[in-house]
Design a protein around this ligand. Structure first.
Ligand code: ACO
Ligand code: OAA
Length: 441
């Protein structure tokens, strides 16, 4: 294999200065990190720089409503919000009580997989990679849909609602199958309850005894809301725009976005954070010694420790600098939960890494803006305290983000009608074809 990879490197690596010479926006970002403008959206807004261009505390608005406002209201009114915020993101306005009740019932009615789907598809081939299992199930669902490739707004909305309703089933059943066939644990396939919310059903499907507390379901509900949407430019939603612009079907589009989300620089970071924190804890002698922790973080950045990728997961963001508002909201819940569960040491350790990592990254990398904890930093800790298995951390992100993908798919369909096709400048020098006997070894 090595001889082939050497050839690939020899003939594929492009000199770094070419990118400057041709003014290529690496990562579709300019040198200051600002993204190339690729579209317009009405679905959400992200603010991270003030009018003078200086970094400011991040703000995220869903259909112009601040997510902090949403989460504070839901908490004060002690209500679930997943269904309501799904309505807001998809249809562009908050529902009345009557609209919300009807929509919640419609969603619950769609929470049903085709007959024998679990037996024939989900239990048939298991994997510890639940994101891949979900993708496989979604492509299989397409074969049950006689209008799979019809791209009318009505049909795409109907398909999107079916997928939003059934994502929890696809994820949890895939996990149960894996846990049974690969971990030797008992197999639990519970049916969802149409009178329960999305968050409640997730816990019901997962727990052997179907039991959960109200606070557990409310915290999960909030975590899902915070993950639902993040503009058109994040890697998985931009994928939705790209593949929708080619005219592909809803199932294929969602699978493409899932494939993006699972990457460890995007939604897949949440599982890496949990693994990284365990790894740091195991490899330092004194968790209160900040110099020792900083040194270990430096080794992670220098690819000498943990997964040797040179990343401190859960830190940094393409857009936010001072703070990611979702991480701040999650952190306030983490504090409460950790106190309740007696996990003070773990919470303090997370807080310490949250404070030290940006300092170490700033020392070791070129920074045009600061880094801070992103949404993936505390989400895994929340899920851990809810007793959710690591294999489901990134799928939980997907269960929420499919709402944003669906809204963006419909926005792309309604507004663009132009295939997305950026340019790649060729840096080749033309050569003549050589007869085989004339080629050197
Ligand atoms: C839901 C989400 O997708 S949130 C993001 C989840 N991802 C993670 O937590 C993975 C760790 N973080 C990262 O890899 C990065 O911060 C990203 C991919 C999220 C953003 O990267 P960028 O847009 O390049 O951020 P930014 O421009 O601020 O980074 C400046 C430099 O610091 C580096 N950097 C930023 N964050 C980190 C980090 N956590 N660990 C190591 N290096 C980092 C970048 O690679 C870049 O280095 P370079 O100049 O050598 O290319
Ligand atoms: O916006 C981004 O680049 C990544 C992100 O935080 C998200 O998708 O939630």
């Amino acid at each position: 294999m090595n001889k082939y990879t050497e050839k690939i490197k020899k003939n594929s690596i492009i000199p770094l200065d070419f990118y400057q010479q041709y003014d290529v926006k690496k990562g579709l970002r300019d040198v200051n990190g600002k993204g190339v403008l690729a579209g317009l959206t009405n679905i959400s807004a992200i603010h991270s720089f003030d009018d003078n261009g200086d970094p400011m505390a991040g703000i995220l608005e869903y259909r112009a409503i601040n997510i902090k406002d949403i989460s504070e209201h839901l908490k004060a009114e002690n209500r679930f919000g997943f269904e309501e915020i799904t309505y807001l993101l998809l249809f562009g306005e908050l529902p009345t009580l009557e609209e919300l009740t009807t929509f919640t019932q419609e969603l619950a009615a769609k929470r049903q997989l085709p007959k024998d789907f679990v037996r024939d598809i989900i239990l048939e081939a298991t994997s510890c990679d639940i994101m891949n299992s979900i993708s496989r199930s979604i492509l299989s669902l397409a074969t049950f849909d006689s209008k799979a490739s019809e791209m009318t707004l009505e049909n795409v909305l109907d398909q999107s609602l079916c997928l939003i309703a059934n994502f929890p089933l696809l994820a949890i059943y895939a996990y149960q199958a894996y846990n049974h066939y690969e971990n030797g644990k008992s197999l639990y396939i519970h049916y969802p309850d149409e009178n329960l919310t999305t968050a409640q059903n997730i816990l019901r499907l997962l727990r052997p005894d179907k039991q959960f507390s109200d606070i557990e379901a409310k915290v999960l509900d909030l975590a899902l809301i915070l993950h639902m949407e993040h503009g058109g430019g994040n890697n998985s939603t931009f994928t939705t725009h790209v593949v929708t612009s080619s005219g592909t079907d809803t199932y294929a589009s969602v699978v493409a976005s899932l494939s993006s989300l699972k990457g460890s620089k995007h939604g897949g970071a949440n599982i890496q954070v949990a693994k990284m924190l365990d790894n740091i804890w195991e490899n330092i002698s004194d968790p209160s010694d900040e110099a020792e922790i900083s040194e270990y973080l430096r080794r992670i950045l220098n690819k000498e420790a943990f997964d040797r990728q040179g990343l401190i997961y859960g830190m940094g963001h393409a857009i936010y600098s001072v703070s990611d508002p979702r991480a701040e909201v999650l952190k306030s819940y983490v504090k409460e939960l950790a106190e309740e569960k007696g996990l003070h040491d773990e919470y303090n350790f997370y807080k310490k890494i949250e404070r030290l990592a940006p300092q170490v990254i700033a020392q070791e990398r070129n920074m045009y803006k600061g880094v801070s904890a992103n949404v993936d930093f505390y989400s895994g800790f929340v899920y851990q305290m809810l007793g959710l298995p690591e294999e489901l951390y990134t799928p939980l992100f997907a269960i929420a983000r499919i709402v944003g993908w669906s809204a963006h798919r419909m926005e792309e369909m309604l507004n663009m009608n132009k295939i997305i096709r950026p340019a790649y400048e060729s840096v080749l020098t033309t050569k003549k074809y050589k007869k085989i006997e004339d080629r050197n070894a």
